[in-house]
Unconditional design. Structure first.
Length: 147
């Protein structure tokens, strides 16, 4: 007989976690106990909100949230995740205005831009997506763009 798997809160050394494509409606608060987590991918689920405890992930550098139902982020996320450089929210109902209104956005944006500036100055762009802002902008009709 095997021992029961450790509780998520006991995985203090976990650095990378992918829960993508699991039809999750919510994430457990215990995920905030994974203090060594650097990359979290919860893309392609059914998340409408994130636990505030994620703001305790001070080493988190990459947060993939694409294809969920998120219209915003918890207030402490961008301030608590002080190393976050990559935040992807494509295919969510969140607006760029809502993201910019999130506490800590200005500091996050400086880190994001510094990451891209470093890649540009070294002559390497990390992916073909260019300078991805991490959120979808509404399309502007061609007639309006020319005005």
């Amino acid at each position: 007989m095997h021992p029961p798997p450790p509780s998520l809160s006991q995985l203090e050394q976990l650095r990378v976690l992918s829960l993508a494509k699991n039809q999750l409606d919510q994430l457990p608060e215990e995920l905030g106990s994974c203090r060594s987590l650097e990359e979290l991918d919860v893309s392609a689920n059914r998340l409408a909100a994130l636990p505030a405890a994620l703001g305790g992930l001070g080493k988190l550098r990459t947060l993939q949230l694409d294809s969920n139902r998120l219209s915003g982020l918890p207030d402490g996320l961008l301030t608590g995740c002080s190393m976050l450089q990559t935040l992807s929210l494509h295919a969510n109902p969140v607006t760029i205005e809502a993201l910019q209104a999130t506490p800590g956005f200005a500091d996050y944006e400086r880190r994001r831009q510094a990451k891209y500036s470093k890649a540009i100055s070294s002559g390497v762009l990390l992916n073909s997506g260019g300078l991805d802002e991490g959120v979808d902008r509404p399309l502007v009709p061609a007639a309006a763009a020319g005005s």
